[in-house]
Write a protein that binds this ligand. Structure first.
Ligand SMILES: [Zn+2]
Length: 206
């Protein structure tokens, strides 16, 4: 019999059903700000607008961390850190489930990712970085840099959805996710299947 923690993590299909039902997972013809075309888009805050689904998703992710001995042994003296606003509800939900002591989130100010002023060297507990979705991994990478600069060890990292093209490891930890999504990106409209069919484009903001 599997341990209770493992048993209670919903399957990737169950997670995708939640994302479809809440309209966080969208199918169509999307153009990213970098000009890439795709047939799917994840607008993750739509899943987190409902308390019940937000809780199911965050608790499921938290269970992937709780089974890690290095994390479990340091609770509750850990920090949950979000790279951006999209990860804040994930961070609060995971914090709640793990009863972690601290939460931080980074924001972009003048194009640079940073924590709010007056977060000082040595104040951040050993940390888990969580986000709603990891597309390229850049936000996570930038967050690792600012966390390390403040002297905090990184003991975990994860997201509800991770694109398979993104890194699966960072800062010597394996990135946990509830769904690993195989997103096909077309670099431009010239190669895009939906462009060839003349399907109207939807431009997404990020
Ligand atoms: Zn296209």
């Amino acid at each position: 019999m599997l341990g209770q923690g493992v048993q209670l993590i919903p399957s990737p299909d169950e997670i995708m059903n939640i994302l479809k039902r809440t309209e966080a997972f969208r199918e169509g013809h999307f153009v990213y700000p970098n000009g890439k075309h795709t047939a799917h888009y994840f607008q993750m805050p739509l899943a987190f607008r409902y308390y019940d689904t937000a809780r199911v998703l965050a608790v499921a992710l938290s269970r992937k961390f709780r089974v890690e001995r290095d994390i479990a042994s340091q609770l509750p003296k850990i920090a949950i850190i979000s790279p951006s606003s999209g990860g804040i509800p994930v961070a609060f939900g995971v914090r709640d489930a793990l009863n972690a002591e601290q939460i931080y989130w980074a924001e972009r100010e003048e194009g640079k990712r940073m924590f709010r002023q007056y977060v000082n060297q040595g104040e951040i507990n050993p940390c888990i970085i969580v986000d709603d979705i990891i597309r390229s991994g850049h936000a996570i990478e930038e967050t690792v840099e600012i966390v390390r600069a403040l002297g905090a060890p990184i003991i975990g990292c994860g997201a509800i959805v991770r694109f398979k093209s993104a890194p699966d490891q960072i800062a010597d930890v394996t990135i946990k996710s509830l769904v690993n999504f195989d997103e096909k990106f077309y670099d431009s409209g010239d190669e895009c299947v939906d462009c060839k069919k003349g399907v109207p484009e939807e431009h997404v903001r990020f």
